[in-house]
Design a protein around this ligand. Structure first.
Ligand code: MN
Length: 245
């Protein structure tokens, strides 16, 4: 009887781990995910030329450089999640390219013009509860992205106590990484590197952010939210944090 219970527990854990992030569970060799739409699908928020260069050159390079960085090393068999959890003791090439791969994969997935905010969805209810309105959340995300000096990302993420929060990160860092002052699981990512917007918006990062925040696929963000709440990764991050104190 005990044995059955143990196996059931494992089956449930693995089930949720699988749901939590198929991407995070990826191992070497890492692969560029298929873009879920055409390069022009997000016009006029973002133009096809930017999308094509961003996806086929920038993201592809992060994947290639990540594979080069882990190949033959003692972390070759580690998942993307495991790499990100330990970037503080890994070479910068792994920190930058593991983040570059994970962050861009989330960015493509959470963008769309035809999946508007739904205040009755799970994440919709949590957004209203936490930020009062989706407009107030958008203002916070815009500010987080606009005030990030240099290159980086704006995030909506689930904290280790299962709350929603907004932050930004430098370069290709993200809240899963052990170097991040804000820890948790991202559910919405906005790239604020100049390569993400310069062709169309030049120096007007705030205008780019405003347009992208109206091009969010809230169905995917809702899926990311419910998966993050159930993910064992949240407990892992909490354990890391506690261990450091
Ligand atoms: Mn980018």
């Amino acid at each position: 009887m005990k044995r059955i219970k143990f196996n059931m527990g494992w089956a449930i854990t693995l089930f949720f781990a699988g749901l939590a992030s198929q991407l995070s569970a990826q191992n070497y060799p890492f692969e560029l995910p298929k873009l879920p739409y055409g390069y022009n699908a997000l016009e006029p928020a973002i133009d096809a030329a930017t999308m094509e260069i961003h996806y086929s050159k920038h993201h592809a390079a992060y994947v290639k450089n990540l594979n080069n960085a882990v190949k033959g090393s003692n972390v070759e068999g580690h998942s993307l999640e495991e790499l990100m959890l330990h970037v503080s003791v890994l070479p910068d090439a792994i920190r930058n390219n593991a983040g570059g791969h994970y962050n861009h994969s989330m960015y493509w997935a959470i963008l769309a013009l035809d999946h508007p905010f739904d205040s009755t969805s799970e994440v919709g209810k949590a957004v209203i509860r936490t930020f009062n309105s989706v407009d107030s959340l958008k203002r916070m995300l815009n500010k987080a992205g606009a005030t990030r000096f240099g290159s980086g990302w704006a995030w909506l993420y689930v904290t280790t106590d299962k709350k929603l929060a907004v932050c930004s990160s430098p370069n290709q860092d993200n809240p899963i990484m052990d170097v991040s002052p804000e820890r948790g699981i991202p559910i919405l990512a906005i790239d604020v590197w100049e390569h993400a917007y310069y062709l169309k918006y030049q120096n007007k990062r705030g205008d780019y952010l405003a347009a992208m925040l109206n091009a969010i696929n809230w169905d995917v963000v809702n899926k990311n939210y419910t998966e993050a709440l159930a993910s064992p990764l949240l407990k892992t991050i909490e354990k890391h944090r506690t261990g450091k104190k």
